[in-house]
Ligand binder design. Structure first.
Ligand SMILES: NC(=O)c1ccc[n+]([C@@H]2O[C@H](COP(=O)([O-])OP(=O)(O)OC[C@H]3O[C@@H](n4cnc5c(N)ncnc54)[C@H](OP(=O)(O)O)[C@@H]3O)[C@@H](O)[C@H]2O)c1
Length: 494
């Protein structure tokens, strides 16, 4: 039911002409470019085919005849029901496309009937797999004549495309006499994520993944030298004991000892010289519960900052070879809901480790979130796995991995939601997300919003002048958003 404005622009040059295809964006009125290309006279002789021989060489493919042609993802009208036959050969296929009786006359109105050309080239899409592919790129199309109501299309895959999200084809379109009407070279289709109506929201979930099957445990660990940043308390002690009994040689470093890149330098050199392949970071473990800010700072020093300094040291030692770095923390995540107590401050260690994985490709960082009910040998076995997700958790002896599960977010009747006249403080409220949230809240209720940022906004009496002058895109956006909130009935304080 929507009307879209589309424009095709042709720019004539002396030899070649350029064309662009654009549609108008309904929100801001700008033209969006969808395709561009160059037009020129064909530079080579067209091929010819012996169609009867070709038909003979290929065998018919019963599955596709008469079925929906777009893989079930795109709904098309009756004109698209034009695939009369599909024949497949060794590495190519031959499709017979013909308009049905009701639409045959239309062929005369077009040089290239859209529904016919679409199926003649996009049969390629059907030949790949069940994913949704969309047309992406034509390297070259050589056009020799208009197409009649019946055509044949020979589709040949150009690339092996294994493991890629694109596939490239060469396509020849013939008339029933075997004359080539168009040659398409390098037609590429690209896989896209199929849109689904479900699955708008997702939540983190933990599932049990069998901890008994460790097919790829590195059996060599009994000879390996490992470095351990020691922690405090029962879990740390039991794990250290287990590490001592399983690994060949253990270099122990007291967790709280070093605080800077310089502190780590001699140790990292020793690590390199001693061919230490694994570092186990138990320093974040302690028995102490966090009750004060000083406790939190201290836990940060042991966990996050010791990892930070270690990574900082590694940063200047980039030449060091592959290193496995295992971070251990206790009850950082709510996995079963039966944790004795949660330790969300480990989130800093978890986050830093995750980012460091991207920064240090030669350091294989993993995090294991443990509890005191899991036998230490299980946990230490986990350290030697070669292939495992970044984060796993052990609770009550069982191994858990994370996954995303669909979260149905229904409105909660019992929850009052936004209160009319209520005061809401949005920290970072003058930033990109803050302004959007403020606008949305103002649409939902007449609220009082306090938007907090670092930099002061200019006084209101200057706003009109700033907007008129278009002075600073960000400023103008902030002012427009605040004015929208106020138009919606919100009181906004900055
Ligand atoms: N945008 C996204 O797609 C996205 C996605 C995921 C997560 N996030 C996270 O969500 C947060 C907000 O994102 P955003 O895109 O809205 O960022 P943004 O446009 O940079 O806005 C940040 C806001 O925070 C304020 N701010 C920064 N440091 C502050 C401080 N020390 N004290 C008080 N206010 C301070 C800024 O004020 P001034 O402008 O006055 O400095 C600004 O209002 C960020 O933490 C971001 O990493 C964003």
């Amino acid at each position: 039911g929507e009307t879209q404005a589309l424009q095709i622009t042709l720019k004539k040059g002396s030899g070649d002409s350029q064309f662009t295809i654009e549609s108008k964006d309904q929100t801001d009125g700008t033209w969006r470019r969808h395709a561009e290309g160059k037009l020129c006279p064909p530079s080579r002789e067209r091929k010819t085919y012996d169609l009867p021989a070709l038909l003979e060489a290929f065998h018919t493919h019963p599955k596709i005849t008469g079925v929906e042609t777009s893989g079930g993802y795109i709904t098309t009208g009756a004109r698209w029901n034009n695939i009369k036959e599909l024949r497949v050969g060794e590495e190519e296929c031959l499709v017979h496309v013909g308009l049905s009786d009701a639409y045959r006359e239309e062929a005369a109105e077009y040089h290239y009937h859209p529904a016919m050309l679409d199926n003649a080239v996009n049969i390629a899409i059907r030949s790949i797999d069940d994913q949704l592919y969309l047309p992406f790129y034509y390297q070259e199309i050589r056009v020799y004549g208009r197409i009649p109501a019946d055509i044949y299309s020979v589709v040949r895959r150009q690339d092996s495309g294994q493991g890629h999200q694109t596939a490239t084809f060469d396509i020849d379109i013939l008339n029933p006499a075997g004359e080539v009407l168009a040659e398409i070279e390098g037609y590429t289709i690209k896989q896209v994520q199929a849109w689904k109506s479900a699955g708008m929201y997702y939540a983190k979930d933990w599932i049990v993944q069998d901890g008994t099957a460790f097919p790829d445990v590195d059996r060599e660990i009994s000879r390996e030298t490992v470095a351990v940043f020691t922690g405090e308390g029962e879990i740390a002690d039991r794990l250290l004991e287990q590490i001592r009994s399983q690994y060949g040689q253990v270099i122990e470093i007291s967790g709280g000892e070093w605080h800077s890149r310089e502190d780590y330098q001699p140790w990292l050199e020793r690590l390199q010289a001693g061919k230490v392949g694994t570092v186990i970071h138990l320093a974040g473990l302690s028995e102490r519960e966090i009750e004060t800010k000083a406790d939190l700072d201290e836990a940060g020093e042991r966990g996050f900052y010791s990892l930070y300094s270690l990574l900082d040291g590694l940063f200047v030692q980039r030449s060091s070879g592959d290193l496995k770095l295992i971070l251990v923390c206790d009850e950082a995540n709510q996995v079963t809901g039966e944790e004795a107590g949660l330790h969300p401050h480990h989130g800093c260690l978890l986050g830093l480790g995750k980012v460091a994985r991207e920064e240090f490709p030669q350091v294989h960082i993993r995090l294991v979130d443990v509890d005191r009910l899991t036998p230490p040998d299980r946990i230490v076995n986990e350290f030697s796995l070669r292939e495992a997700p970044y984060q796993v958790a052990y609770r009550n002896g069982q191994r858990y991995v994370e996954r995303l599960k669909e979260a149905p977010l229904e409105p909660d009747e019992g929850h009052p939601g936004l209160q009319e006249g209520g005061v809401y403080v949005i920290t970072g409220g003058t930033g990109g997300l803050g302004l959007e949230i403020g606008k949305q809240m103002s649409r939902m209720s007449r609220v009082k919003l306090h938007l907090i940022g670092r930099r002061e906004l200019p006084a209101r009496e200057h706003w009109a002048e700033i907007v008129a002058a278009g002075a600073g895109e960000q400023r103008v956006r902030q002012i427009a958003a605040i004015q929208e909130m106020e138009r919606n009935g919100a009181e906004v304080q900055l």
